[in-house]
Write a protein that binds this ligand. Structure first.
Ligand code: SAM
Length: 258
């Protein structure tokens, strides 16, 4: 621990990737990361995951039973990748769903809004600049809460789950796609790839190695599939299940507020 850290007890501190930072600073540091990468965020996702993130997002969206008047909350929506996929799917099926897409970083939301406007998908999407741990959403007003690669970045994940539970109506569905723990010999190759190639790519494409170093480190800090399932149960959710994607590089957790 650095000298400065010793002045505080561990309750005042949290992790920011591999670093230890004051709790009060983390959310702003996360915002800085996403502000810095927003313009090239989608390109980087494609390059880093060799397009796999698209397949994973399609998998989580398949778990939603789309119907007319469904209210869907996309938390940490970023550049609106999940929002636009759901909206396209609803349009294809001629369904009228309402989307609330929330993110703490304005520059990410702006790209999402422009993308959906250009694709003619603006009907019924509300773009909101807000924090997933203090949602500006009424109690029990949402049918589906979805979060993709977001919760790992939150300063207080327990509070985020409490908020998810609060805004969901009874019978509402919670869905989370997040990087997870690999369960095979593939781990060594994955570590080599992620700790070397991803920060290098960040420097090459975005001229920002540090943000992508944070990304890789934050993945290692996120709880395992089972630990996150326990957090969901503790938050009050029922029928908690998870599904590994590509050996557990990512996982989808799904559960219900009953
Ligand atoms: N969901 C999008 C996707 O899958 O492409 C974006 C994921 S991106 C890795 C993480 C997003 O979480 C960023 O846009 C960031 O601004 C947002 N974020 C981080 N902390 C947040 C918080 N406390 N509340 C809301 N959004 C947050």
């Amino acid at each position: 621990m650095k000298e400065i850290d010793k002045k505080y007890d561990s309750n005042s501190f949290t992790h920011f990737g591999a670093k230890t930072v004051p709790i009060s600073k983390k959310t702003n540091l996360v915002k800085e990361v996403f502000n810095s990468v927003s313009a090239k965020y989608d390109l980087m996702n494609d390059l880093m995951s060799i397009g796999l993130h698209r397949k994973w997002k399609n998998e989580i969206i398949k778990k939603i039973k789309l119907r007319d008047q469904l209210k869907i909350l996309d938390v940490a929506c970023g550049t609106g990748d999940v929002t636009s996929k759901i909206s396209k799917e609803a349009q294809k099926k001629n369904l009228n769903v309402e989307l609330f897409s929330i993110d703490i970083t304005n520059s990410m939301i702006k790209i999402g809004r422009d993308r959906c406007t250009n694709a003619g998908l603006m009907n019924n999407i509300h773009w909101i600049n807000g924090d997933g741990t203090a949602l500006p959403i009424k109690n029990q007003s949402i049918d589906v809460y979805i979060i993709a690669f977001g919760i790992r970045n939150f300063t207080n994940q327990t509070l985020a789950l409490k908020e998810a539970y609060r805004v969901l109506r009874p019978g509402g569905q919670f869905l989370c796609l997040e990087f997870s723990k690999i369960n095979s010999n593939f781990q060594k190759i994955y570590d080599l790839y992620s700790f070397n190639f991803i920060p290098f790519l960040g420097r090459l494409i975005v001229n920002d190695q540090e943000s992508y170093q944070y990304l890789v480190e934050s993945i290692r800090k996120f709880p395992s599939q089972k630990e996150f399932s326990n957090s969901l149960t503790n938050a009050g959710f029922n029928k908690v299940k998870y599904m590994n994607l590509n050996e557990g590089i990512a996982a989808i957790h799904s559960c219900w507020k009953i």
